[in-house]
Design a protein around this ligand. Structure first.
Ligand code: 5GP
Length: 179
């Protein structure tokens, strides 16, 4: 564990086991279909990469980039800064996230994908912070782990672009961002 981390919430082994569980579930739920996984940049990349290894049906992958956070608090505004290149009409889409907090990002993206006539839309997230939810009745379909309302980093999750490369998920010490 690094000295800027207060507590490890998920070890790398636990994350791999989560990806295996969700990958198997997706393979089962989408048998005979060809889902399009849309990873939300940048945070979902490590989880998406791990998850894909455990999906054993035909699938495709694309990416979108939205910005909603700066620092440790949500700004509430969601802007799309990189769009998918795959046509979404009639596709079974699975949005892949690192963490769902307020739910605003997922709500916005779901609305956009509906407008683009995706056939079905589900959400797979490594982490879920239900205590932060401001969007009512928003439940991700595949959840790796529910976590308390603390600011976490690692396995794709950053603090001002740092710590995405940690192989585990941990709570960042407050002293790092309350200087
Ligand atoms: P939401 O729109 O659901 O509030 O926020 C989703 C996004 O906020 C995530 O993709 C992530 O970028 C960021 N986020 C929410 N909670 C955390 C957290 O605890 N740590 C980090 N690093 N990012 C977070």
């Amino acid at each position: 564990m690094h000295d800027f981390i207060e507590e490890v919430l998920l070890t790398n082994e636990e994350i791999v086991a989560i990806a295996e569980r969700i990958g198997k579930q997706i393979s089962h739920d989408y048998a005979g279909k060809k889902p399009l996984l849309i990873g939300l940049l940048k945070g979902s990349v490590p989880f998406l990469a791990e998850l894909m290894k455990h999906i054993d049906i035909e699938m495709e992958v694309d990416f979108m980039k939205v910005s909603s956070y700066s620092g440790v608090h949500s700004t509430g505004a969601v802007t799309i800064t990189k769009d998918t290149s795959t046509p979404l009409v009639d596709r079974d889409v699975i949005i892949v996230e690192d963490i769902v907090d307020s739910g605003l990002t997922i709500q916005e993206i779901k609305n956009l994908l509906k407008d683009r006539k995706a056939k079905s839309i589900r959400v797979a997230t490594l982490l879920d912070k239900p205590s932060g939810r401001t969007v009512p009745n928003l439940y991700p379909d595949y959840v790796g782990q529910e976590i308390p309302g603390k600011f976490v980093v690692g396995f794709g999750l950053d603090y001002d672009e740092l710590y995405r490369n940690l192989p585990y998920v941990g709570v960042l010490k407050r002293s790092v961002y309350e200087k």
